[in-house]
Design a protein around this ligand. Structure first.
Ligand code: 73E
Length: 841
C-alpha cells in the first residue's frame, strides 16, 4: 500500500518532525511527560518502576526516530542487506546499553538525579530479555550490536517468546525452574499490528498441469496461524545507525472458521484454537546443545522462518528487480541449523508461487544463504522425523526429497559407484523412522559454511562434514572465530576499567577499534597504573562479594582468589571436574598443618549456570556443588581458606557483575567439544586469567595473549578418540586422587551418598566419556600453579594487563567485518555528516 504524503504537505511534516532530545532539560521534560501522560501518574506516585518506564520510553522514542531515519536511508540507497536468522537472542537489559551507545548516559544520570532518582537503581528495575539459552543466543546479541555500530544494513529475525529461559531457584540444593514471564512491561518493543503474515501448517499437496502443460504443486488445506511483527530498535555505538530486530508473535487467524465455530455455539473449541495458535511463540526451549525433536519446536521453526522470508521477499519485490538479483540484495545467515527450513521455503516461494524453474531458483537460494555451525556434539545435531515433517509441512518434504535427489545425482557424477558415500551424505537418513539431517540440508542449501573457532572449523572439516569437503571442495568451508562486543562486556560491565583504559589510550576509541588496547602494553610495568588496575579489580570483587552475601548469606573475603565457572551446566563443560577438584582441595587443607595452611592462597570457588530441566545429570552436578558448599562453608576448621558458592539464576545482567570480578575463570571442556566459548573472552578482557583446556577459542586466546599468561592443561583433541577407545576396550585405571574424592562422596560427607552415584559411576562404570579421570591430575597440578602464581601479585597484575592489551582480536566487530567480506558481500552504509546532528556528542 502506498501511504506516502504528497509533496505539498511534506513541508509541514518536516517542520514538525520528531527531534531526539540531547540536553538534560529536554530529557527531564520527556521523562515527566511520559510519567504524567503515558503512565498516567504524577510526582506523588512515581516509584522506581515508573521512573524506569518513563526514562526508557524517552530513550525508546529517541531510538525510534533514529531507527526511522536509518531505515529510510537504507531504502533509498537500495543496497544489499543482511538478515540474521536466530531462534535465540540473549539481549539482557537494554536501558543502560541504549544510554551508552547513544552517548547520553551522563545526561540521563544527572537528569534522573534532579528528578530524585539514582541511575543504578533505575537500571536495575529492568527485566532481562532472556530469549536464549547460552553462548549461541548471546553471540547473536553481540552481532546485532556490532552490525549496528559498524553501520551495516542488517536485521535480526527471531521469535517473541512470551516466556524466555526459566528463572532458576535453588531450593535445598536443587534447581527449581520458575517461568520467566517478562512481557508485563516492555518499553523496548514496538508492536506492528499492521505487519501480519499468514502461516500455513498441515494440509496436503495437489499436483496438476496447468493450461500450458506446466507441473503445478499446490499446498492446500490445513491450518492458518498469524505472525505479528514486534520491532526492537538496536542502537549502534557512537553512530546514529539504529537497526531492527523483528520478533514474530503467533496469533490465531481470525476469520471465517473461528467465527463459524463461535456462531454455531462451539465457543470452547474456538478458544482452544486460539490458545493452540498462541502456543507456538509461547516458550523458548530450554535446551542448550541438545535436540529433542519435538513437533512444537518444528512448528516454531517454520512459523518464524516463513514469516521472516515473506517479509524479506516483500521488501525485495518493492525494488522491482529481476529474481536473479535477489542474492545481490539479500544475504541470509543461518544461526545454526534451527532456521534451515528457510532454504526450502525460499525454493518453494520461487518455484510454486513465483513460477521460476527449479535450477534458476536453486541457484538463487544457494547464493543467498550462509550457514554457521556451532557444535559437533552428536546429541545437538538436528534431525527431524520424516513422518512428522510429512504431516506438518507436506510440500516442504517433497522439496527436500527433490533437493536431495539432485544433490545425490551430482555426488554420483563426481564419485561414480560409491554407494556408501551416497548413504553417508544423503539428506535423508535411512533409519526407522527416516530422518531429515538438517546440517546436511543447510550445507547443500548455502554457499558458505563456517565454524566458530579455528579448532572447531578444522574439526568439522575432518569429522562430521568430511564427505562434504570432498564433494564441494574446501573453499566452501571457512572459519569465523567468535567475538564479543566491548561496549557491553567492558564499557558497560566494567566502567572504571574502561575509564582507566580511556585515560591512557586517548579516549574511548578502543571501543570502536579494540586493537587500540595494544597501547596498554607499555603500562604493564608502570607502578602507578598497576595500582589503579588492582584497585579496580578489588572493587569489582567487593561488588560481587556483596551480591554473594545478599543472595546466599555467605561472607567471602574479597582478598581471596576468586575462581569462577559460569556457563550452562553440561557434562562436556565438566563442572563435575571442577567440583571434584574443590573436594580434593578441601581434603588437602584438612590434612595440612597450621604452618602449611598459612602458605595457602585463600580461594572462593564460584559456580553458576542453568541445567536443562530434563537433564538429570546436570541437575545432579548442581546438587553436589551446593552440598559441598554447605559442608565446606560451615567447617570452622577451613575458615577463609575455601568457600564454595553457587550463584542462583545466572543470566546476562548477573554476568555483568560476575565477569569483572574474576581472578581466574574456568573453561575446561573435554578437548574438541566446546566449539568456541565466548565467556573465556569476556573474562580475559576484564583482567582475569583463565585456566582452560586446548579447546575452542582458548587456543586462539593463547596465541594472542601468549602462553605465559594462561593456564592450559589436559589431553589434546587429537587424542580423545583413542583414550575413549582405551576406556571401553582396554584396562581403565582411574586417577588415585579422584578415587579419594569419590570415596569421600560415597561416605556421605556431602549428604546422601546415593544422590551422587550417577556422577561417580559415569566415570567408574560407564567409560568416562568426557575424560574427567584422564585430565584430573593435570587439572590439579595446574590449579597448584595458579595458587603459586597468585602469590606474586606484582607479576600476576602484569600478566592481566598484557592479556587485556592483546585481546583486540576478540571484538565481535572483527567477526562482523569477516562475515561481511567473506560470506555476505555487503558494505556498510555510513550516515551522512549532517545526520549526526541528533547525536548526543
Ligand atoms: O561453544 C559454544 C559457542 O561459543 C557452543 O556450545 C554454542 O555456541 C556458542 C557460540 O558460537 C552452541 N549452542 C548450541 N550449539 N552450540 C545450541 C544447540 C542447540 C540448541 C541451543 C544451542
Amino acid at each position: 500500500v502506498e501511504a506516502s504524503i504528497p509533496e505539498p504537505q511534506r513541508a509541514a511534516w518536516k517542520k514538525f518532525q520528531a527531534t531526539p532530545f540531547v540536553t538534560k532539560e529536554d530529557f527531564e521534560k520527556e521523562v515527566v511527560r511520559h510519567v504524567e501522560t503515558t503512565l498516567a501518574r504524577s510526582m506523588f506516585n512515581c516509584d522506581e518502576t515508573a521512573a524506569y518506564a518513563a526514562a526508557s520510553l524517552a530513550f525508546r522514542d529517541r531510538l525510534i526516530t533514529e531507527w526511522n531515519r536509518t531505515q529510510q536511508r537504507q531504502t533509498f540507497a537500495d543496497t544489499k542487506r543482511v538478515y540474521y536468522l536466530s531462534l535465540e537472542f540473549l539481549m539482557g537489559r537494554a536501558f543502560d546499553n541504549a544510554m551508552l551507545n547513544v552517548g547520553l548516559k551522563n545526561v540521563a544520570k544527572e537528569g534522573l538525579s534532579e528528578l530524585g532518582f539514582r541511575i543504578e537503581d533505575i537500571i536495575s528495575q529492568e527485566h532481562d530479555a532472556a530469549l536464549g539459552n547460552g553462548g549461541l543466543g548471546r553471540l547473536a546479541a553481540c552481532f546485532l550490536d556490532s552490525m549496528a555500530s559498524l553501520n551495516y544494513p542488517a536485521w535480526g529475525y527471531g521469535l517473541r517468546y512470551r516466556y524466555g529461559i526459566f528463572k532458576q531457584e535453588i531450593v535445598d540444593g536443587y534447581q527449581v525452574e520458575v517461568p520467566d514471564y517478562w512481557l508485563d512491561f516492555n518499553p523496548w518493543e514496538f508492536p506492528r499490528h499492521d505487519i501480519v503474515v499468514d502461516i500455513q501448517f498441515y494440509g496436503g499437496v495437489r499436483k496438476y498441469q496447468d493450461e500450458h502443460g506446466r507441473n503445478i504443486a499446490k499446498w492446500e488445506g490445513g491450518e492458518m496461524v498469524k505472525a505479528v511483527a514486534y520491532d526492537v530498535p538496536i542502537p549502534g555505538y557512537d553512530t546514529p545507525s539504529t537497526n531492527n530486530m523483528r520478533l514474530w508473535s503467533s496469533k490465531a487467524a481470525s476469520g471465517e472458521f473461528d467465527f463459524q465455530k463461535f456462531n454455531s455455539g462451539d465457543y470452547e473449541s474456538s478458544v482452544a484454537d486460539q490458545q493452540r495458535a498462541e502456543t507456538i511463540s509461547a516458550v523458548l526451549y530450554p535446551n542448550d546443545n541438545l535436540d529433542r525433536g519435538k513437533e512444537l519446536r518444528l512448528k516454531q521453526q517454520y512459523f518464524w522462518v516463513a514469516a521472516s522470508l515473506y517479509d524479506i521477499v516483500r521488501r525485495f519485490k518493492k525494488s522491482k528487480r529481476a529474481w536473479s538479483e535477489f542474492p545481490d540484495q539479500v544475504a541470509i545467515q543461518l544461526n545454526d541449523t534451527h532456521p534451515t527450513l528457510a532454504t526450502v521455503e525460499l525454493q518453494r516461494i520461487l518455484i510454486d508461487l513465483e513460477g521460476l524453474e527449479w535450477d534458476e531458483a536453486w541457484t538463487i537460494v544457494t547464493k543467498t544463504f550462509g550457514y554457521t555451525n556451532h557444535t559437533v556434539l552428536p546429541e545437538a545435531l538436528e534431525k527431524w522425523s520424516v513422518p512428522l515433517m510429512q504431516n506438518l509441512l507436506p510440500r516442504h518434504l517433497q522439496i527436500i526429497y527433490e533437493i536431495n535427489m539432485y544433490f545425490l545425482q551430482s555426488v554420483e557424477r563426481k564419485f561414480p559407484g560409491d554407494r556408501e558415500m551416497l548413504g553417508r551424505v544423503s539428506i535423508i537418513e535411512e533409519s526407522q523412522p527416516k530422518m531429515v539431517r538438517m546440517a546436511y540440508l543447510a550445507i547443500v542449501g548455502s554457499h558458505k559454511v563456517n565454524g566458530v573457532a579455528e579448532l572447531h572449523s578444522d574439526l568439522i572439516k575432518t569429522t562430521i562434514f568430511k564427505d562434504f569437503v570432498k564433494i564441494f571442495g574446501p573453499d566452501k568451508f571457512t572459519n569465523v572465530t567468535n567475538g564479543i562486543t566491548p561496549r557491553r562486556w567492558l564499557h558497560q560491565a566494567n566502567p572504571r576499567l574502561s575509564e582507566l583504559i580511556a585515560s591512557k589510550t586517548g579516549g574511548l576509541g578502543f571501543l570502536k577499534d579494540l586493537n587500540i588496547l595494544n597501547e596498554l602494553e607499555k603500562f604493564a610495568d608502570d607502578k602507578e597504573f598497576k595500582k589503579e588496575w588492582a584497585e579496580i579489580k578489588y572493587a569489582n570483587k567487593v561488588r560481587l562479594a556483596k551480591h554473594i552475601k545478599t543472595t546466599t548469606g555467605v561472607t567471602v573475603n574479597p582478598s581471596a582468589l576468586f575462581d569462577i565457572q559460569v556457563k550452562r551446566i553440561h557434562e562436556y563443560k565438566r563442572q563435575q571436574m571442577n567440583i571434584f577438584g574443590v573436594i580434593h582441595r578441601y581434603l588437602t587443607i584438612k590434612a595440612m598443618t597450621a604452618e602449611e595452611r598459612k602458605k595457602l592462597a585463600p580461594r572462593v570457588s564460584i559456580f553458576g549456570g542453568k541445567a536443562a530441566p530434563g537433564y538429570w545429570m546436570a541437575k545432579t552436578i548442581i546438587h553436589l556443588i551446593n552440598n559441598v558448599g554447605a559442608k565446606v562453608n560451615n567447617d570452622p576448621d577451613i575458615g577463609d581458606l575455601l568457600k564454595v558458592i553457587f550463584l542462583e539464576d545466572y543470566n546476562v545482567s548477573k554476568a555483568e557483575i560476575i565477569t569483572p570480578a574474576s581472578d581466574v575463570s574456568e573453561h575446561i571442556s573435554t578437548a574438541g567439544t566446546e566449539a568456541s566459548g565466548t565467556s573465556n573472552m569476556k573474562f580475559v578482557l576484564n583482567g582475569g586469567l583463565i585456566i582452560g583446556t586446548c579447546d575452542g577459542a582458548n587456543i586462539e586466546i593463547t596465541r594472542e595473549i601468549g602462553e605465559n599468561n594462561i593456564f592450559l592443561f589436559g589431553n589434546l583433541a587429537e587424542d580423545v578418540e583413542d583414550l575413549r577407545h582405551a576406556h571401553n576396550y582396554g584396562s581403565h585405571t582411574l586417577d588415585p586422587d579422584l578415587l579419594k574424592v569419590f570415596e569421600t562422596i560415597k561416605s556421605g560427607t556431602f549428604g546422601d551418598a546415593g544422590a551422587f552415584s550417577a556422577l561417580t559411576s559415569a566415570i567408574e562404570d560407564h567409560g568416562d566419556y568426557y575424560l574427567v579421570s584422564d585430565d584430573f591430575h593435570s587439572y590439579i597440578q595446574t590449579q597448584a600453579l595458579v595458587d603459586e602464581a597468585y602469590k606474586n601479585q606484582d607479576e600476576w597484575i602484569t600478566k592481566t594487563i598484557l592479556s587485556v592489551a592483546r585481546m583486540g582480536f576478540f571484538s565481535s566487530d572483527r567477526c562482523i567485518n569477516e562475515y561481511a567480506e567473506m560470506i555476505w558481500n555487503v558494505e556498510p552504509l555510513a550516515p551522512e555528516k549532517g545526520e549526526t546532528d541528533g547525536l548526543g556528542k
